[in-house]
Design a protein around this ligand. Structure first.
Ligand SMILES: Cc1cc2nc3c(=O)[nH]c(=O)nc-3n(C[C@H](O)[C@H](O)[C@H](O)COP(=O)(O)O)c2cc1C
Length: 359
């Protein structure tokens, strides 16, 4: 399985949605780094569905148990392993999906890949629940960056949900302020007045036994120029490999992304200038990266999340055991919109990527 990533900060995630537990093992850490487990747990709490009426009714404690790699509050340099026990499993909800393949989910593809031996309950290893170990590993990466690269800030915001869209941020200097926090950290928006219409779009889909998607923007501030590599180990290729590993991500762009294709070079080139003795660019259409290497501007990227595949509406599918067409109405507990759970995951994988570049 491709569940291990990293050159220096090496992460493996393990577990299944309805197994005993899920977790991560991180190898390659320096010794002597202070790990504040309260901050680590806070990151996991941000991702958990607890207290969020717009998220899955499956509420989990997501309490992290450190098995190894931290002693007296500091990394030992040995592999750091963390376990989160699954508490709130109702596998009966998923009995139907053993043979009835959920459209848009990984059921059929995983069956083809693992000859039917995969744990299908609740999506098994393909469940959105496996983003909790990613957030754990990301929280450890954030602790390392906090101590070794304190000028780096990592943040994210919701850009759109269904057809309710926030504006692009043209003035790159705004990201410095945004990396310090948002008016509502549980629903981070550039224009806070969009919270209601976005939530209404989710509620409208829920009432219709349906789901909606959206766009999340991630950003990194304080990255010095000259980090990264050309070609295969570029910041874009390394970071997008992690961003595309988040379940339900179907698009990743950097800077002005696809919009640049419609414009002329004279409109999209980021003009350089010296301001107070520092080199900077006027615009940041390239999202802080040229030739795969940081140029000192904020690194900015966007991810498209598809609507949650599991929906209550009746859908056409197949019964794999009987090799017949069938219909499916999914009764389990699901997120009507993945975006409201996913932005801490985006920050986590971003921190993992930066730790891997900077260690
Ligand atoms: C935080 C998070 C929560 C998710 N919750 C659900 C869910 O409740 N129901 C569901 O069908 N898919 C959910 N997903 C998406 C599936 O895991 C994903 O669509 C599936 O594994 C197929 O992968 P793909 O969409 O990348 O092709 C969630 C994803 C994330 C990131």
């Amino acid at each position: 399985m491709g569940s291990t990533w990293g050159n220096k900060f090496k992460v493996s995630i393990f577990g299944e949605s309805h197994g005993h537990g899920i977790g991560a093992v991180i190898d390659g850490l320096p010794s002597g780094i202070t790990i504040d487990l309260e901050r680590v747990q806070h990151e996991l709490n941000r991702r958990a569905a607890r207290g969020n009426p717009l998220a899955t009714p499956r509420k989990e404690g997501d309490q992290i148990e450190i098995l190894s790699g931290i002693f007296n509050g500091k990394t030992t340099g040995a592999p750091l392993a963390g376990l989160i026990c699954n508490e709130n499993t109702r596998s009966g909800d998923y009995a139907k999906t053993k043979d009835l393949m959920r459209p848009g989910h990984a059921d059929y593809a995983a069956n083809a890949r693992y000859d039917g031996f995969q744990d299908y309950r609740g999506g098994g290893h393909f469940s959105g629940r496996l983003t909790a170990p990613l957030v754990f590993a990301g929280a450890i990466a954030k602790e390392i960056l906090r101590e070794t690269q304190p000028e780096i800030g990592i943040g994210s915001r919701i850009v759109s949900i269904a057809n309710v869209k926030d504006e692009p941020i043209k003035d790159w200097k705004r990201y410095e302020t945004l990396s310090k926090g948002f008016e509502n950290p549980a629903f981070p928006l550039y224009h806070a007045n969009l919270e209601d219409p976005m939530k209404q779009a989710i509620i409208a889909a829920m009432e219709d036994d349906d789901s909606v998607g959206g766009i999340v923007e991630g950003f990194i501030t304080g990255v010095k120029p000259g980090i990264g590599n050309p070609f295969f180990e570029s910041i874009e290729s390394r970071l997008s490999a992690l961003l595309f590993s988040i379940p339900a991500v179907k698009g990743v762009t950097f800077g002005a992304g696809f919009d640049m294709a419609e414009h002329r070079g004279s409109e999209t080139n980021d003009a350089l200038r010296i301001e107070n003795g520092q080199i900077e660019t006027l615009t940041n259409n390239n999202g802080g990266i040229n030739g795969g290497i940081s140029n000192g501007m904020p690194i900015v990227f966007q991810l498209a999340f598809k609507p949650t595949p599991s929906i209550g509406k009746e859908q056409q599918t197949i019964n794999l055991a009987e090799m017949k067409d069938a219909t499916l109405k999914i009764e389990g507990r699901h997120d009507p919109c993945i975006v409201v759970r996913a932005f801490p995951v985006v920050e986590a994988v971003t921190a993992i990527c930066m730790a891997d570049f900077l260690l």
